[in-house]
Design a protein around this ligand. Sequence first.
Ligand code: ATP
Ligand code: MG
Length: 418
Amino acid sequence: MANSKLQPPRGTRDLLAEEFRRHHRIIKTARRVTALYGFEEWATPVFEDTRVFSRGLGETSDVVSKEMYSFDDRGGESLTLRPEGTAGVCRALVSNGLAQALPRKVFYAGPMFRYERPQAGRYRQFHQIGAEVLGAAEPLADAEAISCGHHILRELGLDAGVVLEVNTLGDAESRAGYRAALIAHFAAHRDALSEDSQRRLERNPLRIIDSKEAQDRALVADAPTIAPFLTAAAQAHWDALRRHLDGFGLPWRENPRIVRGLDYYSHTAFEFITDRLGAQGTVLAGGRYDGLVEEMGGPPTPSVGWAAGVERLALLMEGAGLTPPAPRLVVVVPVSENEQPAALSLLQSLREAGVAAEMAYRGNLKRRMERANKQGARAALILGETEVAQGVAQLRDLDAGTQEEIAWAALPARLAGG
Ligand code: ATP
Ligand code: MG
């Protein structure tokens, strides 16, 4: 139908005005804080060769097994809209021949795509900020990445209702022993497991611990933990991590149920969680991934990183009344056509001086003042015949309702910083 209204695709949204300002604040803050920790920003393509994700994230992860936006392009190549940022960053490290110059700290921000059932805080196109420390096996790198994530939450004013939970997934050897114990535990209750988890049982029993199905939760509650299976090296990493978190002055608590949704994690897994978002409680999460760069064809490159969902952070900001206010303009008001040229020149000098200013395209004095009030302008600069002749303006403070005469030359300094 030619005249049916076009809507954004299911699970996507337009980011306008207030919502955009929240997103912008989050990304700007993350960019600034990660720079304080020595991260450089990268931007990788929004779509990649499908193998970047199928290899990197693991075939049994929810993301790869059921959430990917994959398509064949006109040349018959299978491409996928990126569901997360880490695999692309690791691919880029290898493609650009940077896998030798390590460690390297990378920050990114951008849209991600997952075919999920849309609900509050869960979309098909959403946005993430993320940070990766590439090529560092030391537990200090894990602690520093976590500290950086916490710093961002603090700068956003969101740290109060958020708790840091940490866990270890051990190394491959620790996980082999743990895996066997998990299979034994869950196999004894196979029929009580959800269909998904029955399938996970042989392929990736660790994944069951991450299940959100109520019937699985009960069995997960008394599943064995990894602690007795940790090798000496894995135990040492885990001990050092917690020491360094204390060193950075970060409050944390252990949660042996954190496994993270992707297959590439080892040793550290962590989440900053909140009870303010209902079922969508994870706001910033990540862990150590020691095999991912190799999956992309690079050398062994132990790494650690995290990602945070911008929409969820934005929801928290909104709930806490932390939405950044719209910038307030100064409005230039020529009393008649005759003052237009002087008004334009003044308008331009204000903008050059960094003062956000606007002038309506038309209207008489009354209309222009009404509009200035309606749009929430902070001040109006009124220019009549006498003012132009004398090189001054009437500066009206629209909050206080006061008015004073002021020389043009003094205006930029007077209005700066508003
Ligand atoms: P969940 O368990 O909520 O599905 P996840 O384990 O799939 O999360 P990650 O892959 O770790 O999430 O992504 C990190 C963050 O990205 C999440 O904590 C969340 O804030 C955000 N995120 C993930 N999927 C979505 C989505 N569909 N819509 C909005 N934000 C999302
Ligand atoms: Mg998910």
